[in-house]
Design a protein around this ligand. Sequence first.
Ligand SMILES: NC(=O)C1=CN([C@@H]2O[C@H](COP(=O)(O)OP(=O)(O)OC[C@H]3O[C@@H](n4cnc5c(N)ncnc54)[C@H](OP(=O)(O)O)[C@@H]3O)[C@@H](O)[C@H]2O)C=CC1
Ligand SMILES: O=C(O)[C@@H]1CCC=N1
Length: 269
Amino acid sequence: MPQKVAVLGTGKIGEALLSGMIRAGWSTADLLITARRPERAEALHARYGVEVVSNIEAAKNADTLILAVKPQDMTTLLEELAPHLPADRLVISAAAGVPTALFEERLPAGTPVVRVMPNTPVLVDEGMSVISGGSHATEEHLLRTEEIFKPVGKTLRVPETQQDAATALSGSGPAYFYFLVEAMTDAGILLGLPRDKAHDLIVQAAIGAAVMLRDSGEHPVKLREAVTSPAGTTISAIRELERHGVRAALIAALEAARDRSRELASGHA
Ligand SMILES: NC(=O)C1=CN([C@@H]2O[C@H](COP(=O)(O)OP(=O)(O)OC[C@H]3O[C@@H](n4cnc5c(N)ncnc54)[C@H](OP(=O)(O)O)[C@@H]3O)[C@@H](O)[C@H]2O)C=CC1
Ligand SMILES: O=C(O)[C@@H]1CCC=N1
Protein backbone atom coordinates (compact mmCIF):
# COMPACT_ATOMS: atom_id res chain seq x y z
CA MET A 1 0.00 0.00 0.00
CA PRO A 2 1.48 3.44 -0.88
CA GLN A 3 2.25 5.78 2.00
CA LYS A 4 -0.31 8.49 2.55
CA VAL A 5 0.95 11.83 3.81
CA ALA A 6 -1.27 14.49 5.36
CA VAL A 7 -0.39 18.14 5.90
CA LEU A 8 -2.29 19.50 8.88
CA GLY A 9 -2.52 23.29 8.86
CA THR A 10 -1.93 24.18 5.25
CA GLY A 11 -0.78 27.78 5.65
CA LYS A 12 2.35 29.35 4.18
CA ILE A 13 4.84 26.60 5.00
CA GLY A 14 2.28 23.78 4.76
CA GLU A 15 1.27 24.90 1.26
CA ALA A 16 4.91 25.35 0.24
CA LEU A 17 5.61 21.74 1.26
CA LEU A 18 2.47 20.46 -0.40
CA SER A 19 3.36 22.15 -3.69
CA GLY A 20 6.91 20.78 -3.43
CA MET A 21 5.68 17.23 -2.89
CA ILE A 22 3.45 17.50 -5.94
CA ARG A 23 6.34 18.87 -8.03
CA ALA A 24 8.47 15.99 -6.77
CA GLY A 25 5.97 13.53 -8.23
CA TRP A 26 3.81 12.54 -5.26
CA SER A 27 0.41 11.46 -6.49
CA THR A 28 -2.32 13.77 -5.24
CA ALA A 29 -4.21 10.56 -4.36
CA ASP A 30 -1.55 9.87 -1.70
CA LEU A 31 -1.84 13.31 -0.13
CA LEU A 32 -4.37 14.76 2.28
CA ILE A 33 -4.60 18.27 3.69
CA THR A 34 -6.49 20.00 6.48
CA ALA A 35 -7.42 23.64 6.91
CA ARG A 36 -9.23 25.60 9.59
CA ARG A 37 -11.39 27.83 7.36
CA PRO A 38 -13.72 26.44 4.68
CA GLU A 39 -12.73 29.12 2.15
CA ARG A 40 -9.06 28.22 2.59
CA ALA A 41 -9.94 24.52 2.18
CA GLU A 42 -11.81 25.26 -1.07
CA ALA A 43 -8.99 27.40 -2.46
CA LEU A 44 -6.39 24.72 -1.72
CA HIS A 45 -8.52 21.97 -3.23
CA ALA A 46 -9.08 24.04 -6.38
CA ARG A 47 -5.35 24.82 -6.67
CA TYR A 48 -3.90 21.35 -6.04
CA GLY A 49 -6.73 18.83 -6.44
CA VAL A 50 -5.81 17.28 -3.09
CA GLU A 51 -8.56 15.98 -0.83
CA VAL A 52 -9.26 18.20 2.17
CA VAL A 53 -10.21 16.23 5.28
CA SER A 54 -10.70 16.90 8.99
CA ASN A 55 -7.73 16.58 11.33
CA ILE A 56 -9.29 13.42 12.77
CA GLU A 57 -9.71 11.83 9.33
CA ALA A 58 -6.09 12.70 8.60
CA ALA A 59 -5.00 11.01 11.84
CA LYS A 60 -6.92 7.88 10.93
CA ASN A 61 -6.03 7.65 7.23
CA ALA A 62 -2.52 8.99 6.74
CA ASP A 63 0.66 7.06 7.58
CA THR A 64 2.62 10.31 8.01
CA LEU A 65 1.24 13.53 9.44
CA ILE A 66 3.06 16.82 8.90
CA LEU A 67 1.89 19.30 11.53
CA ALA A 68 2.34 22.84 10.20
CA VAL A 69 0.19 24.96 12.49
CA LYS A 70 1.64 27.80 14.56
CA PRO A 71 3.34 26.75 17.79
CA GLN A 72 0.55 28.57 19.66
CA ASP A 73 -2.08 26.32 17.96
CA MET A 74 -0.21 23.06 18.45
CA THR A 75 -1.60 22.08 21.86
CA THR A 76 -5.20 22.37 20.64
CA LEU A 77 -4.37 20.33 17.54
CA LEU A 78 -2.67 17.61 19.61
CA GLU A 79 -5.69 17.40 21.94
CA GLU A 80 -7.89 16.87 18.89
CA LEU A 81 -5.61 14.24 17.34
CA ALA A 82 -4.53 12.22 20.37
CA PRO A 83 -7.68 10.10 20.88
CA HIS A 84 -7.75 9.09 17.19
CA LEU A 85 -4.10 8.58 16.32
CA PRO A 86 -2.83 4.99 15.99
CA ALA A 87 0.61 4.87 17.65
CA ASP A 88 2.36 3.67 14.48
CA ARG A 89 1.79 6.97 12.64
CA LEU A 90 4.85 9.08 11.94
CA VAL A 91 4.28 12.62 13.21
CA ILE A 92 6.49 15.31 11.68
CA SER A 93 6.33 18.75 13.26
CA ALA A 94 7.44 21.85 11.35
CA ALA A 95 6.69 24.16 14.28
CA ALA A 96 9.37 26.47 15.61
CA GLY A 97 10.41 25.84 19.17
CA VAL A 98 8.09 22.99 20.11
CA PRO A 99 10.20 20.04 21.34
CA THR A 100 9.53 16.42 20.36
CA ALA A 101 9.05 15.67 24.08
CA LEU A 102 5.85 17.75 24.10
CA PHE A 103 4.39 15.67 21.25
CA GLU A 104 5.47 12.44 22.93
CA GLU A 105 3.75 13.55 26.15
CA ARG A 106 0.47 14.36 24.43
CA LEU A 107 0.23 11.66 21.75
CA PRO A 108 -0.24 7.90 22.25
CA ALA A 109 2.74 6.19 23.93
CA GLY A 110 5.46 5.25 21.47
CA THR A 111 4.38 7.63 18.68
CA PRO A 112 7.43 8.37 16.52
CA VAL A 113 7.98 12.13 16.23
CA VAL A 114 10.43 13.97 13.98
CA ARG A 115 11.02 17.71 14.34
CA VAL A 116 11.84 19.55 11.12
CA MET A 117 12.67 23.19 10.54
CA PRO A 118 12.17 23.95 6.84
CA ASN A 119 12.29 27.36 5.19
CA THR A 120 10.23 29.00 2.46
CA PRO A 121 12.72 28.43 -0.40
CA VAL A 122 11.22 24.92 -0.49
CA LEU A 123 8.89 26.72 -2.90
CA VAL A 124 11.72 26.80 -5.45
CA ASP A 125 13.34 23.50 -4.42
CA GLU A 126 16.15 25.42 -2.66
CA GLY A 127 14.94 24.91 0.89
CA MET A 128 16.91 23.71 3.88
CA SER A 129 15.15 21.34 6.24
CA VAL A 130 16.85 20.69 9.55
CA ILE A 131 15.81 17.36 11.04
CA SER A 132 15.91 15.84 14.55
CA GLY A 133 14.32 12.61 15.69
CA GLY A 134 12.41 12.26 18.96
CA SER A 135 12.94 9.36 21.34
CA HIS A 136 10.76 6.87 19.39
CA ALA A 137 11.95 7.90 15.91
CA THR A 138 14.04 5.23 14.20
CA GLU A 139 16.37 5.49 11.21
CA GLU A 140 13.43 4.41 9.04
CA HIS A 141 11.37 7.37 10.28
CA LEU A 142 14.23 9.79 9.59
CA LEU A 143 14.62 8.36 6.09
CA ARG A 144 10.88 8.71 5.46
CA THR A 145 11.12 12.33 6.58
CA GLU A 146 14.08 12.96 4.28
CA GLU A 147 12.16 11.38 1.40
CA ILE A 148 9.57 14.15 1.82
CA PHE A 149 11.96 17.07 2.32
CA LYS A 150 14.95 16.19 0.08
CA PRO A 151 13.20 16.89 -3.25
CA VAL A 152 12.55 20.50 -2.16
CA GLY A 153 16.11 21.34 -1.16
CA LYS A 154 18.78 20.13 1.20
CA THR A 155 18.33 18.36 4.50
CA LEU A 156 20.56 18.32 7.55
CA ARG A 157 20.27 16.15 10.65
CA VAL A 158 21.15 17.85 13.94
CA PRO A 159 20.73 16.94 17.61
CA GLU A 160 17.49 18.47 18.85
CA THR A 161 19.47 20.74 21.20
CA GLN A 162 20.60 22.64 18.07
CA GLN A 163 17.10 23.16 16.64
CA ASP A 164 16.47 26.59 18.17
CA ALA A 165 19.76 27.85 16.71
CA ALA A 166 18.94 26.25 13.34
CA THR A 167 15.56 27.97 13.42
CA ALA A 168 17.26 31.34 13.98
CA LEU A 169 19.73 30.78 11.14
CA SER A 170 17.84 28.76 8.59
CA GLY A 171 14.07 28.82 9.26
CA SER A 172 14.07 32.61 9.63
CA GLY A 173 17.17 33.07 7.45
CA PRO A 174 15.51 33.99 4.16
CA ALA A 175 13.76 36.94 5.87
CA TYR A 176 17.10 38.57 6.73
CA PHE A 177 18.18 38.48 3.09
CA TYR A 178 14.85 39.97 1.94
CA PHE A 179 15.29 42.69 4.55
CA LEU A 180 18.80 43.46 3.25
CA VAL A 181 17.58 43.57 -0.36
CA GLU A 182 14.79 45.95 0.68
CA ALA A 183 17.25 48.22 2.50
CA MET A 184 19.80 48.18 -0.33
CA THR A 185 17.08 48.94 -2.86
CA ASP A 186 16.20 52.02 -0.78
CA ALA A 187 19.87 52.96 -0.91
CA GLY A 188 19.75 52.68 -4.71
CA ILE A 189 16.84 55.09 -4.76
CA LEU A 190 18.76 57.52 -2.56
CA LEU A 191 21.58 57.29 -5.09
CA GLY A 192 19.17 58.24 -7.86
CA LEU A 193 18.29 54.91 -9.48
CA PRO A 194 14.72 54.00 -10.39
CA ARG A 195 13.28 51.41 -7.96
CA ASP A 196 12.94 48.60 -10.52
CA LYS A 197 16.54 48.98 -11.70
CA ALA A 198 17.84 49.21 -8.11
CA HIS A 199 15.88 46.05 -7.28
CA ASP A 200 17.25 44.13 -10.29
CA LEU A 201 20.84 45.15 -9.53
CA ILE A 202 20.64 44.09 -5.90
CA VAL A 203 18.80 40.83 -6.60
CA GLN A 204 21.36 39.83 -9.25
CA ALA A 205 24.23 40.74 -6.88
CA ALA A 206 22.55 38.54 -4.24
CA ILE A 207 22.11 35.62 -6.65
CA GLY A 208 25.67 35.90 -7.96
CA ALA A 209 27.09 36.10 -4.44
CA ALA A 210 24.94 33.16 -3.27
CA VAL A 211 26.05 30.93 -6.16
CA MET A 212 29.71 31.84 -5.55
CA LEU A 213 29.34 31.11 -1.84
CA ARG A 214 27.80 27.73 -2.64
CA ASP A 215 29.97 26.66 -5.57
CA SER A 216 33.43 28.23 -5.20
CA GLY A 217 34.41 26.51 -1.97
CA GLU A 218 36.00 29.82 -0.90
CA HIS A 219 35.61 31.33 2.56
CA PRO A 220 33.29 34.41 2.52
CA VAL A 221 36.19 36.57 3.73
CA LYS A 222 38.19 35.62 0.61
CA LEU A 223 35.24 36.37 -1.65
CA ARG A 224 34.74 39.76 0.00
CA GLU A 225 38.45 40.58 -0.24
CA ALA A 226 38.32 39.92 -3.98
CA VAL A 227 35.70 42.69 -4.30
CA THR A 228 37.50 45.12 -2.01
CA SER A 229 40.05 47.09 -4.06
CA PRO A 230 42.69 49.20 -2.26
CA ALA A 231 41.36 52.73 -1.70
CA GLY A 232 38.29 51.69 -3.65
CA THR A 233 34.53 51.93 -3.24
CA THR A 234 33.84 48.69 -1.35
CA ILE A 235 36.10 49.46 1.61
CA SER A 236 34.31 52.80 2.06
CA ALA A 237 31.03 50.90 2.36
CA ILE A 238 32.49 48.24 4.66
CA ARG A 239 33.83 50.94 6.99
CA GLU A 240 30.28 52.32 7.33
CA LEU A 241 28.83 48.83 7.96
CA GLU A 242 31.37 48.32 10.75
CA ARG A 243 30.84 51.85 12.11
CA HIS A 244 27.10 51.15 12.39
CA GLY A 245 27.63 47.84 14.12
CA VAL A 246 25.96 45.73 11.44
CA ARG A 247 27.92 42.60 12.41
CA ALA A 248 26.94 42.99 16.09
CA ALA A 249 23.35 43.76 15.08
CA LEU A 250 23.15 40.52 13.10
CA ILE A 251 24.58 38.49 15.97
CA ALA A 252 22.07 40.08 18.37
CA ALA A 253 19.21 39.53 15.90
CA LEU A 254 19.90 35.83 15.51
CA GLU A 255 20.31 35.45 19.26
CA ALA A 256 16.87 37.06 19.69
CA ALA A 257 15.38 34.62 17.15
CA ARG A 258 16.97 31.69 19.01
CA ASP A 259 15.55 32.98 22.31
CA ARG A 260 12.07 33.39 20.80
CA SER A 261 12.22 29.82 19.49
CA ARG A 262 13.01 28.67 23.05
CA GLU A 263 10.06 30.69 24.36
CA LEU A 264 7.72 29.04 21.85
CA ALA A 265 8.62 25.65 23.32
CA SER A 266 5.59 25.64 25.55
CA GLY A 267 3.23 27.37 23.12
CA HIS A 268 3.81 30.95 24.45
CA ALA A 269 1.62 33.53 22.69
N1 LIG B 1 6.68 30.57 7.47
C1 LIG B 1 7.88 30.04 7.55
O1 LIG B 1 8.85 30.48 6.89
C2 LIG B 1 8.15 28.87 8.43
C3 LIG B 1 7.22 28.43 9.35
N2 LIG B 1 7.49 27.35 10.14
C4 LIG B 1 6.51 26.86 11.11
O2 LIG B 1 5.38 26.44 10.38
C5 LIG B 1 4.21 26.64 11.15
C6 LIG B 1 3.21 27.43 10.34
O3 LIG B 1 3.75 28.70 10.03
P1 LIG B 1 3.18 29.54 8.81
O4 LIG B 1 2.92 28.63 7.68
O5 LIG B 1 4.08 30.69 8.67
O6 LIG B 1 1.79 30.03 9.47
P2 LIG B 1 0.36 30.15 8.78
O7 LIG B 1 -0.49 30.90 9.76
O8 LIG B 1 0.49 30.65 7.39
O9 LIG B 1 -0.13 28.63 8.70
C7 LIG B 1 -0.73 27.93 9.74
C8 LIG B 1 -2.00 27.36 9.20
O10 LIG B 1 -2.54 26.45 10.13
C9 LIG B 1 -3.95 26.61 10.11
N3 LIG B 1 -4.48 26.03 11.35
C10 LIG B 1 -4.40 26.49 12.61
N4 LIG B 1 -4.99 25.65 13.47
C11 LIG B 1 -5.47 24.63 12.73
C12 LIG B 1 -6.19 23.46 13.02
N5 LIG B 1 -6.52 23.14 14.27
N6 LIG B 1 -6.53 22.62 12.02
C13 LIG B 1 -6.17 22.91 10.73
N7 LIG B 1 -5.51 24.01 10.38
C14 LIG B 1 -5.16 24.86 11.36
C15 LIG B 1 -4.14 28.09 9.99
O11 LIG B 1 -5.46 28.38 9.60
P3 LIG B 1 -5.98 29.91 9.45
O12 LIG B 1 -5.58 30.25 8.03
O13 LIG B 1 -7.43 29.77 9.67
O14 LIG B 1 -5.26 30.70 10.50
C16 LIG B 1 -3.08 28.42 8.94
O15 LIG B 1 -3.57 28.27 7.63
C17 LIG B 1 4.65 27.36 12.43
O16 LIG B 1 4.69 26.43 13.47
C18 LIG B 1 6.03 27.89 12.09
O17 LIG B 1 6.84 27.91 13.24
C19 LIG B 1 8.65 26.64 10.02
C20 LIG B 1 9.59 27.04 9.14
C21 LIG B 1 9.47 28.20 8.31
O1 LIG C 1 8.90 33.35 12.19
C1 LIG C 1 8.64 32.19 12.57
O2 LIG C 1 8.33 31.98 13.75
C2 LIG C 1 8.71 31.05 11.61
C3 LIG C 1 9.65 29.98 12.07
C4 LIG C 1 10.85 30.11 11.21
C5 LIG C 1 10.44 31.01 10.15
N1 LIG C 1 9.25 31.48 10.34
